[in-house]
Design a protein around this ligand. Structure first.
Ligand code: PBG
Length: 324
């Protein structure tokens, strides 16, 4: 394979050749749209650090989900913005909580789309941590029961899949057991198994007002310097009964997606997070990059790394690009 006998450019000379040798494709089947749901009627509040993303009341969420469904997007993931917070996140598992209401309405109005719910405490706690706190420590085992209650309340509302994002040890097993005991054996768990302690979540914490009120999330989310630990985290969640393993964030952790794809035989999801989205939007606005092209290149890079599905705020725009 030495020049001039081999010339890689031969198979790049026109679009048909390029299509023939293309190794990866992005399909609308790969996309999952994250949405932020709040109380009220006809609310659509822009999120300043996430251009074109909104906090929406349930009626507008339904409209957005119809749009996604019509574009062929198979699934959405819901994040709730509750009216009140407390130390134990009680509004997260309230029967009439904001996510529970949204799920019911969506399963009523757009039953075909898969509704995934984020299971965590941080949006619902006044201290902003993903577990319950004891002084200034995050109490792992005391959080498990609450996480399982949240997951069960989502399943009871009709959620098709639950996605715990808290990073407490042992929560997948606890959630699986609670779902099974209540006859929800068919509700899969998409585990945020490999979740790094990342500054790329900044805009999301603005969007849902979930920034921790003291210290940070380093005692439960992973150190960005580690990759062997990612394999241990994923293996644990597989053992505990996860159905899909997620890596998050995506772009700064493509190597991790690739390793997890090799190590695990479950479907792998990657979360193209708020900071990844905001950077593209900001540079596009400045005229420094072609936002659409960077979006598509980012998404194909995540697929190439090995993700089977991508949670992305670009889902609607990418689906439109794919449709042409
Ligand atoms: C926490 C949660 C976070 C995100 C999803 N679920 C933020 C965090 O851990 O602080 C981040 C999503 C994003 O940045 O787009 N439950």
């Amino acid at each position: 394979m030495i020049f001039p006998d081999y010339r890689p450019r031969r198979l790049r000379q026109n679009n048909s050749f390029r299509r023939m040798i293309r190794e990866n494709v992005l399909s609308t089947n790969d996309l999952i749209l994250p949405l932020f749901v709040k109380s009220g009627k006809d609310e659509k509040k822009p999120i300043p650090s996430m251009p074109d993303q909104f906090q929406m009341s349930v009626d507008n969420i339904v409209k957005e989900v119809k749009k996604a469904h019509n574009l062929g997007i198979p699934a959405v993931v819901l994040f709730g913005i509750p009216d009140k917070k407390d130390p134990l996140a009680t509004s997260a598992y309230a029967k009439n909580g904001i996510v529970q209401k949204a799920v019911k309405e969506l399963k009523n109005k757009v039953p075909e789309i898969i509704v995934i719910t984020d299971v965590c405490l941080c949006q619902y706690t006044d201290h902003g941590h993903c577990g319950v706190v004891d002084g200034h420590t995050i109490d792992n085992d005391a959080s498990l029961d609450i996480l399982a209650r949240i997951a069960l309340s989502h399943a009871q509302a009709g959620a098709d899949m639950v996605a715990p994002s808290d990073m407490m040890d042992g929560r997948v097993a606890e959630i699986r057991q609670t779902l099974d005991e209540n006859d929800y054996h068919n509700t899969p768990i998409m585990s945020y198994a490999v979740k790094y302690c990342s500054a790329f979540y900044g805009p999301f914490r603005d969007a849902v007002h979930s920034a921790p009120q003291f210290s940070d999330r380093r005692t439960y989310q992973m150190d960005p310097a580690n990759s062997l630990e990612a394999i241990r985290e994923a293996a644990m969640d597989v053992e505990e009964g996860a159905d899909i393993i997620m890596v998050k964030p995506a772009l700064p952790y493509l190597d991790i997606i690739c390793r997890i794809r090799d190590e695990v035989d479950l479907p792998v999801a990657a979360y193209n997070v708020s900071g990844e989205y905001a950077m593209v939007k900001a540079a596009e606005k400045k005229g420094w990059i072609d936002g659409k092209k960077v979006m598509m290149e980012t998404l194909i890079s995540i697929k190439r790394a090995g993700a089977d599905m991508i949670l992305t705020y670009f889902a609607i725009d990418a689906a439109k690009e794919i449709q042409g």
